[in-house]
Design a protein. Structure first.
Lengths: 309, 326
C-alpha cells in the first residue's frame, strides 16, 4: 500500500512539467551535476582528501611551489600543485568552496528572512507602511550591495579587536551580505502580496475573522515563496561573488580559514613570478561554481515564469 | 516639471542628510582609532593629547555640528593613518578614479547598447547566440578575476601593457591626467576594460530584452504593415520606446562603476579613491571611510536626479501626465 503510493508519487514526479523541462535541458542537467558535485566535494572534504591545508603543523615548506602533476616538475601526490607554504591546491579548493558555499547560502537565507516579511507587510497593508518600507528599499537599491557589505564589514572591523575579528569574520560577512541584498526580495514578495490581497479567498478569510497574522502566514507566504526562491538561486551566485570579492580585497574571511576569494588573493602575488596555478585553479573553480548556479537560476526562471525570459 | 524637480531635489537632500548622519554615527561611536595609530610603548598621557588634537574628546552635539559644517565645505578631518587632511587626499586621488570611470562608462555604454541592439533585432543569428553565451560568462566572472586574467595575458605573458599604476601623468591646473601621454593611455586600457565588462553585460541584456518586448507590440506590427522603412521602425519607434529602462540602468551602472572601481583599483594598484578607501577600511581610518561614504552617496544621488529628469526629455507621455494629472 505504502509502496504503491510511493510509486504513484514517483510516476507523478516523472510526469511533471518541471521534470520534463529539466530532463530536456542539457544545460540544466550539467549545471545541476556540477553544483551537486561541488557540494559533495566541499562538505565531504575531510573524507575525500587526507590533506589538512589549514593546519600549519601538517605543512612542509619543502613542498612549496610544486606545479600541477601533468607538468614536467609536478608530482602525483599534488594533482593541482602546491602554494608557497606547501599547501595542496586541490584540498585548499575543497575547503575554500565549503566556506564560499556556506557564506553564499546563509547570507541569502538572511536576505530572504528580512526581505519576505517586510515585502509582505508592505504589500498587504499598503499605505504609509508600504511607503516607509519601500522608500528605504529604493534608497538601498541605488547603492550596489558590494559597497554596503564593504561598509558594514568595515564597521565590524573597527568594533571587534583584531584577534576577535578572525573568529567572527564569517558571521560578519554573512550578516553584511545578507543585509546588503534584502530589498530585491522585498520587492518581489511585495508585488506578490499585492496581487493575493485582492483575491476572493483572502476576503473570505477576513470575513470569518481569521487573525491577520494567520492570513499572512498561511495564505500569503506560500504564494510569494516560490517566485522569491527562484530569484534567490541567482542571489546565491551573486552572494558568492560578493564574498569572493571582499575576501580578495582583504576584508573578507581571514587567511586562517580561506574561501575561494582568499585563495585567489594569496595566489595573485605569485602571478608575476610565473606560479600561475596557485591563483588559476581557485579562480576557475569560482567561475565554474557561479556559472553553474547562474545557469540553474536561469533555467528555473524560464521554467516557472516564461514571461520573464 | 518644476514642482517635480523641487520635490526630487528635496528628497535628494533628505537622503544626503541621512547618509551624513549615518556616516557620523557609525564612525563616531565605533572603535578606538587611537589604539590603531600608536605603538605599544605610547603612554596614556600621550594618547590623551593625541585624542585632544584630533578632537575625539568633544561632546556629541559639538562633534555632529562640526561634522555637518565641515562636510558641506568638503572637510572631513585628518586621516588617522596618513595624518593628512582627508579632502586633500581625496582631491589628489580623484582624477585617477574619474578618468578610469569615465572611460569605462563610455566603453560599457557604447558596446552594451550596440550589442543589445544587435542581439535584440536578430535574436536567432549565430552572432547573437555567441554574444549571449559570452554575456552569461561575463556575469559569472567576478571583476577581480577578469583583472587577474587580463594582467596574466597582456602584462605577464605578452608584455604589451603595464599591470599597475597610471603611467606618466601630466599636471594640468592641479588635475593630474593620464590622457595626455602614451604611457598614460596604455596604463588605462586594462583597468578600463576590466571595470567596463560587467556593466556592459548588464546594459546589453537589458537593451536586448526591452527590444524583444517592444518589437512584439502591436504598434510595431502596424508600422511594419504600413510599409515603413525597417531603419525607421527599429530606431525611430522601437529603440525610442526602450530608452526609459535603458537610461535607468545605464545611470545606475555608472554609479556602480564608482563602487566597482574599488576592486579594479586594488587589482591594478591604481592610485585612486577606491584604493584609498579600501586601505581606510583595513586600518579603520574613520575620516577616510566617512568622507568616501558621503562622497559616493552624493554621486549616486546626483546621478539618480539626472536620470529622473532625463525621463521627461525622452518620454513626452510623462510631461502631459504631470500637466493634467492634478
Amino acid at each position: 500500500m505504502i509502496l504503491s503510493n510511493l510509486e504513484s508519487k514517483w510516476a507523478g514526479f516523472l510526469d511533471h512539467d518541471v521534470t520534463y523541462s529539466f530532463l530536456h535541458s542539457p544545460t540544466a542537467i550539467i549545471a545541476a551535476i556540477i553544483t551537486v558535485s561541488f557540494f559533495i566535494l566541499s562538505f565531504g572534504a575531510p573524507f575525500i582528501t587526507s590533506y589538512t591545508p589549514f593546519d600549519p603543523g601538517s605543512l612542509d615548506l619543502m613542498d612549496g611551489f610544486i606545479p600541477p602533476a601533468w607538468t614536467s616538475d609536478g608530482v602525483a601526490e599534488h594533482l593541482l600543485g602546491t602554494d608557497g607554504q606547501g599547501r595542496d591546491i586541490l584540498a585548499a579548493i575543497f575547503y575554500g568552496t565549503q566556506v564560499s558555499l556556506t557564506v553564499g547560502l546563509l547570507s541569502v537565507v538572511l536576505s530572504i528572512s528580512i526581505g519576505i516579511p517586510l515585502g509582505i507587510i508592505a504589500g498587504y497593508f499598503g499605505g504609509i507602511t508600504d511607503t516607509a518600507i519601500m522608500r528605504v528599499a529604493d534608497v538601498q537599491l541605488t547603492i550596489p550591495p558590494i559597497l554596503i557589505a564593504l561598509m558594514i564589514d568595515g564597521v565590524a572591523r573597527t568594533v571587534f579587536t583584531h584577534s576577535l575579528h578572525e573568529v567572527v569574520a564569517i558571521p560578519v560577512l554573512i550578516v553584511s551580505i545578507g543585509i546588503a541584498s534584502w530589498p530585491q526580495y522585498a520587492r518581489i514578495s511585495r508585488s506578490g502580496a499585492m496581487v493575493e490581497r485582492k483575491k476572493d479567498y483572502i476576503a473570505a478569510a477576513q470575513l470569518i475573522q481569521t487573525p491577520t497574522y494567520l492570513i499572512l502566514i498561511r495564505h500569503i507566504v506560500p504564494n510569494v515563496f516560490g517566485p522569491t526562491l527562484i530569484v534567490a538561486t541567482i542571489g546565491v551566485a551573486v552572494a558568492i561573488i560578493i564574498e569572493a570579492t571582499l575576501s580578495f580585497l582583504g576584508v573578507g574571511v581571514p587567511p586562517t580559514a580561506p574561501s575561494l576569494g582568499t585563495l585567489i588573493r594569496i595566489g595573485n602575488d605569485f602571478v608575476f613570478s610565473g606560479e600561475w596555478w596557485i591563483t588559476f585553479f581557485p579562480a576557475f573553480t569560482l567561475v565554474l561554481l557561479v556559472l553553474s548556479v547562474n545557469l540553474i537560476g536561469d533555467w528555473l526562471r524560464d521554467t516557472f515564469n516564461p514571461k520573464l525570459r | 516639471m518644476i514642482s517635480f524637480t523641487i520635490k526630487r531635489l528635496f528628497q535628494s537632500v533628505l537622503v544626503m542628510l541621512f547618509v551624513a548622519l549615518l556616516s557620523f554615527f557609525l564612525f563616531n561611536f565605533v572603535g578606538d582609532p587611537i589604539s590603531n595609530m600608536v605603538g605599544q610603548e605610547t603612554s596614556h598621557a600621550e594618547m590623551d593629547e593625541l585624542r585632544d588634537r584630533l578632537g575625539l574628546n568633544d561632546p556629541f552635539i559639538v562633534k555632529f555640528g562640526r561634522f555637518l559644517g565641515d562636510a558641506v565645505q568638503g572637510k572631513f578631518g585628518i586621516s588617522y593613518r596618513l595624518q593628512r587632511p582627508v579632502d586633500e587626499l581625496i582631491v589628489e586621488r580623484m582624477p585617477a578614479t574619474l578618468e578610469l570611470v569615465f572611460l569605462s562608462a563610455v566603453i560599457a555604454t557604447v558596446l552594451g547598447v550596440l550589442g543589445g541592439l544587435v542581439t535584440g533585432l536578430k535574436p536567432h543569428s549565430w552572432f547573437s547566440k555567441f554574444i549571449l553565451t559570452g554575456s552569461l560568462l561575463g556575469v559569472s566572472l567576478p571583476t577581480f578575476v577578469i583583472g587577474i586574467l587580463l594582467i596574466y595575458i597582456f602584462a605577464v605573458t605578452l608584455n604589451w601593457l603595464p599591470s599597475f599604476g597610471r603611467g606618466e601623468v601630466v599636471d594640468i591646473g592641479g588635475w593630474r591626467t593620464g590622457f595626455a601621454t602614451v604611457s598614460g593611455w596604455k596604463a588605462l586600457i586594462l583597468p578600463a576594460i576590466t571595470l567596463a565588462l560587467y556593466q556592459m553585460t548588464l546594459i546589453l541584456r537589458i537593451i536586448r530584452s526591452e527590444m524583444l518586448e517592444v518589437l512584439r507590440t502591436d504598434f510595431i506590427k502596424f508600422a511594419r504593415a504600413r510599409g515603413l522603412k525597417r531603419w525607421d521602425i527599429n530606431f525611430g519607434h522601437a529603440l525610442r520606446n526602450t530608452l526609459i529602462p535603458v537610461i535607468t540602468v545605464t545611470g545606475l551602472q555608472v554609479g556602480s562603476l564608482i563602487a566597482f572601481s574599488i576592486i579594479t583599483e586594488t587589482v591594478f594598484q591604481w592610485p585612486g579613491m577606491g584604493s584609498l578607501f579600501i586601505q581606510g577600511v583595513q586600518f579603520a581610518d574613520v575620516p577616510v571611510m566617512s568622507a568616501y561614504l558621503v562622497l559616493v552617496a552624493l554621486f549616486f544621488v546626483t546621478i539618480n536626479l539626472i536620470v529622473d529628469l532625463l525621463y521627461f526629455v525622452v518620454d513626452p507621455r510623462l510631461r502631459s501626465d504631470l500637466k493634467g494629472g492634478h
